[in-house]
Design a protein around this ligand. Structure first.
Ligand code: HEM
Length: 163
């Protein structure tokens, strides 16, 4: 790979191939709690942005579940970050927030979906990524839907598999 573009060096701690360890946990007031496996691949090609793919699967059967991919941009010279994401459920979203040290907090600013996406519709997404003192990547996702206020949906910690 080409050298890291210095504009995104504040996000360099996110780079790598990560595997959930332990399994991720999911919840929401309307659904039974669940566990999931997830691979997160965060790369760059020398451009001033990160590229990401998150692939969740059933931890017992390996069956593919939720998938999302996109880009993480930074407003040059600031700590302002945009997270641009397409999900296999038919949702597309832009979240914005700030990176502070090895922590990134984001809230959705635009969210749209296919006309035939299933109910209930997600209306807000908030995420937090951070690097733990043990060098693991942690992701927390909260969401609101047409029927529920903002509540936790996902919590996962990933172990680094490749740099
Ligand atoms: C349910 C959104 C990521 C697994 C749901 C529901 C919504 C939703 C709107 C329906 C809740 C209800 O019925 O009240 C999202 C969004 C995600 C996301 C916006 C990403 C930001 C994930 C991931 C997994 C997952 C990574 C991992 C496997 C589930 C499961 C259910 C569920 C198992 C319950 C069964 C079902 O409705 O399919 N999610 N989800 N979700 N989500 Fe997610």
């Amino acid at each position: 790979t080409p050298p890291l573009n210095p504009i995104i060096s504040p996000l360099a701690w996110m780079l790598g191939t990560w595997e959930s360890d332990p399994a991720g946990s999911g919840e929401f007031p309307t659904i039974p709690p669940f566990c999931y496996q997830e691979e997160a691949i965060i790369t760059h090609v020398g451009q001033p942005m990160l590229n990401f793919i998150f692939c969740a699967s059933n931890p017992e059967t390996g069956k593919p579940l939720h998938r999302e991919c996109g880009f993480i941009r930074i407003k040059p010279g600031t700590n302002k970050v945009a997270f641009i994401c397409a999900q296999n459920t038919g949702v597309v979203e832009v979240e914005e927030g700030e990176v502070e040290g090895e922590q990134l907090s984001l809230t959705s600013h635009s969210l749209c979906r296919t006309s035939f996406a299933k109910d209930p519709h997600v209306t807000q997404i908030c995420r937090k990524f951070q690097l733990t003192p043990e060098g693991k990547l942690e992701q927390i996702v909260l969401m609101a839907t047409g029927s529920q206020p903002l509540a936790p949906h996902l919590h996962v910690t990933y172990k680094k598999m490749e740099p």
